[in-house]
Design a binder for this molecule. Structure first.
Ligand code: ADP
Ligand code: ASP
Ligand code: MG
Length: 439
């Protein structure tokens, strides 16, 4: 059995959804199909939720109506029969009635999560109506019946596995299952989600718990490219990546994959394939145990990074000083990406400023604290790159003109990370593309 996940652009237009139907019915292997919301829907729902949180009901209502109209148009083109259109119309009415009701009730965080879930609920239900209309046998599985996270918002793998097994045992003959990406239940059994781009994570978690033959991530590009195609003109797809390389790229900004979606498949050694819905014959990228080749494979960039420097000539060499600093970040549940130390200072980076004030206050007891905002981490990723000949010379020669804030080298055999002011991101990625890939 395999997992096939289709992202927002792959289901965002009626003709694309038809392509998805063609792809999921092309071969006989049984599969669980994971769908995202139609492209643009989650952004629209976030906007609606924000407007409601501020009490702006009129513009929220306008957004809800606009979104409903796009769904009404969508089903007109996706479906042919009157019966199917009626069924889809009832589904749309049900979900937009919900959005209209919340205009009248008081806003809360759990309501926010309910609002955000509407996209995946709609896309999967409409997809199933289209399958039924085309007489394609399938079974709809509600992710809210099995996908769950713990108090630290981490997936509860064993529970997911148990619940999914019980549900699927009821349909031993079925070969096509459809479920939602992104949405889940939290410890309070409320509707929650796996964060932006989380449908990849859903796919990977399902692939791990069912021991899938492969986890296919179908999107709008032919695999992981060697550089960010949104920023750099000439990029190329990479055929093979190891789990480690893919995880580093996803974590350090390659938007094609959710940052933490690799570990479940890696744990169970389920290969992940990144494929293009619009060009299904393209080779794409396979992510597997072994890396294929040694050397630089790709560059990724992660924005909105904050660097924190703590200077203390008195304390730094003292036994346990670094531990005390790290404990401050642990206390405020803020994870650190990069770390460098010198005799008198330690610098770290974080990507979440929610607890920055409290962190600053606690760090000040250890020495002077300096904050640098608007930074970008540029990561150069590849198998054993730290051992690749001349890699540092080539790298630094390529970006001589860029002011570098921090450098991380040696922590991982697969990654060299640079911190630069965000205004230099585009130039840095372009210069590295030329210097490292000759593109
Ligand atoms: P989906 O909606 O299918 O989940 P996403 O928009 O999340 O798709 O991810 C696909 C997009 O990721 C591509 O359109 C591309 O612009 C962007 N992207 C960023 N970095 C990379 C990269 N290194 N390789 C491929 N795509 C990338
Ligand atoms: N719909 C969600 C989002 O836009 C999840 C996903 O598409 O992966 O973030
Ligand atoms: Mg995505």
């Amino acid at each position: 059995m395999k997992v096939m996940k289709f992202g927002g652009t792959s289901v965002g237009k009626p003709e694309r959804m038809q392509q998805v139907i063609d792809l999921v019915t092309a071969e006989s292997e049984s599969k669980i199909v994971v769908l995202s919301a139609l492209s643009g829907t989650t952004n629209a729902l976030i906007e609606i939720s924000q407007l409601l949180s501020l009490g702006y009901k009129v513009p929220a209502k306008q957004k809800i109506d606009e979104l409903e109209a796009t769904y009404r148009n969508f089903i007109e083109k996706l479906l042919e029969t009157r019966r199917a259109k009626e069924d889809a119309g009832i589904i749309i009415a049900e979900h937009f009635d919900f959005l209209n009701i919340i205009l009248r009730i008081s806003y809360s965080e759990s309501l926010n999560k309910d609002i955000l879930a509407q996209g995946e609920l709609l896309s999967t239900k409409l997809f199933c109506v289209a399958l039924t209309e085309r007489h394609i046998s399938h079974r709809f599985l509600s992710a809210l019946d099995f996908m769950c996270i713990d108090e630290n918002e981490e997936p509860r793998l064993e529970r997911i596995q148990r619940r999914l097994q019980v549900i699927m045992k009821e349909f031993p003959e079925e070969t096509l299952f459809v479920t939602q990406g992104y949405i889940c239940r939290n410890v309070r059994e409320e509707v929650d989600n796996l964060k932006r781009g989380g449908s990849d994570y859903t796919a990977s978690l399902i692939a791990a718990v069912i021991d899938a033959s492969v986890c296919e991530i179908w999107t709008d590009i032919d695999g992981m490219h060697n550089n960010d195609p949104r920023v750099v003109d000439k990029t190329m797809a990479i055929e093979i990546l190891s789990f480690e390389e893919a995880a580093e790229l996803a974590y350090f900004g390659a938007k094609i994959l959710h940052p933490t979606c690799i570990w479940p498949t890696q744990q169970k050694n389920v290969p992940v394939r990144l494929l293009n819905t619009m060009q299904p014959k393209a080779v794409g990228t396979t992510i597997q145990q072994t890396a294929g080749s040694v050397g630089v494979k790709a560059i990724a960039a992660k924005d909105e990074i904050i660097a924190i420097k703590i200077k203390s000539s008195r304390m730094l060499l003292a036994h346990g000083f670094l531990r005390k600093i790290f404990e401050v970040f642990e206390k405020y549940k803020t994870s650190i990406d990069m770390v460098t130390t010198s005799e008198v200072a330690v610098a770290v980076t974080i990507d979440n400023d929610a607890r920055l004030k409290e962190i600053m206050i606690e760090l000040e007891q250890f020495g002077s604290v300096e904050i640098l905002k608007n930074q970008t981490i540029v990561s150069i990723v590849g198998n054993e790159i730290a051992k690749t000949e001349h890699v540092l010379t080539t790298l630094f020669n390529a970006i001589k003109s860029i002011p570098i804030t921090m450098v991380n080298y040696g922590g991982s055999a697969h990654n060299i990370s640079l911190l630069i002011p965000s205004e230099y991101k585009k130039e840095t990625l372009q210069l590295l593309n030329k210097g490292l890939f000759n593109l």
